[in-house]
Design a protein around this ligand. Structure first.
Ligand code: SF4
Length: 349
């Protein structure tokens, strides 16, 4: 049911002889109030709830682990009906309560077929795409759990940046965005949602045409094909010249700035890489986000020191490129994508 639009619920209700207003109530309970049980739908009578529960599956995710960081990051491990697990992160909750900005980082696949060199999820390979109910369900269940302590809690921003490549699960991600944006649901603004991709070129252009309001972030990480091929294997299929052409087309259609994410390791945080990046992004409407890589067992990568990060950023600033460094979040709880799941699966063995 969490994957159904209001129109789809209206149709289902009509087939079982229930009025349109029931479907609207149902949609609000599922998508706005984030309930996890039929019994919580207080304004729907018991017999209607029973009839509905034979036709519709509510599908609340099972929380198997929650970690809380000292910096306010909360990380959740959810178990799906087939026993697979996915991670989902609420960023900055405690710190930004007063500023009212609560971002959820959502997974879109179980595992990931891309296999980026620095990513714990990629190390595990690909299992399957998530359904719309499973994608939206992460935001709804986090909302539900936090509201147990803070009844006014609202998610304000979404980043499709958790486990998986969102543009390889395109239709489900786009429908999830529509549901999360619905005024009768959580009503999260389109411009407050961002899809992060490793560079699935045809889908970048399709996204610009299908939903020009949603933000786009590119996991760039390197400005030269020979390096990016080894860090982000998607580059072998869509090399940098194709990717940058797609980015230009995207900004031409949407007039929106793209965020370019660059994970810096002790090895690649060098002046010549920064200069290559400045050349690559010349003339592109964009912003660079520098991220010190999270140490992940099995990747052999080390975090660069602050001085190296600053020098790298300065080369970009000198070239007139907008740049910021992402703060490290949740390092005390293994917040890098896929780490909690790996740890949990390791314990089960
Ligand atoms: S960084 Fe993203 S695209 Fe790359 S392997 Fe990890 S989940 Fe997949």
């Amino acid at each position: 049911m969490r994957g159904c639009s209001e129109d789809e619920l209206i149709e289902i209700c009509q087939t079982i002889g229930l009025k349109r207003f029931r479907a609207i109530q149902l949609f609000q309970w599922a998508q706005q109030k984030a309930v996890r049980s039929w019994d919580d739908m207080k304004n729907i009578g018991k017999s209607d709830r029973q009839t509905l529960s034979t036709r519709l599956h509510l599908y609340a995710l099972k929380k198997v682990r929650e970690q809380r960081s000292n910096d306010g990051t909360r990380k959740y491990l959810f178990c799906l009906e087939d026993g697979e697990t996915i991670e989902c992160v609420l960023m900055d909750y405690a710190r930004t309560k007063s500023r009212d900005r609560h971002t959820v980082c959502v997974s879109t696949q179980v595992g990931c077929p891309v296999g980026c060199a620095f990513c714990a999820t990629g190390l595990e390979g690909f299992r399957r795409n998530l359904s719309v109910a499973e994608i939206v369900g992460q935001v709804l269940d986090i909302t539900y759990y936090v509201r147990q302590e803070d009844p006014d809690f609202q998610v304000t921003n979404i980043v499709f940046m958790g486990m998986g490549e969102p543009l390889l699960n395109y239709d489900s991600v786009l429908k999830s965005i529509q549901l999360l944006n619905d005024a009768q649901g959580l009503n999260i603004g389109m411009r407050r949602m961002t899809i992060s991709t490793s560079g699935v070129v045809p889908k970048i252009i399709q996204l610009a045409e299908d939903n020009p309001q949603v933000g786009l972030a590119i996991s760039l990480h390197a400005a030269r094909d020979e390096i990016r091929n080894s860090l982000v294997p998607m580059n072998r299929r869509y090399p940098l010249n194709q990717l940058m052409r797609a980015c230009q087309e995207y900004t031409h259609i949407t007039h929106r700035r793209i965020t370019f994410e660059v994970a810096l390791t002790a090895e690649n945080a060098r002046r010549e890489e920064a200069e290559a990046l400045a050349r690559l992004l010349k003339g592109q409407l964009g912003h660079v986000n520098l991220i010190p890589v999270n140490p992940v067992a099995g990747t052999g990568m080390e975090r660069p020191d602050q001085e190296k990060m600053k020098k790298f950023a300065q080369v970009l600033v000198d070239a007139g490129i907008s740049v910021s460094s992402r703060e490290e979040r949740g390092t005390d709880i293994d917040a890098a994508c896929g780490q909690l799941r790996r740890q949990w699966e390791g314990e089960l063995k």
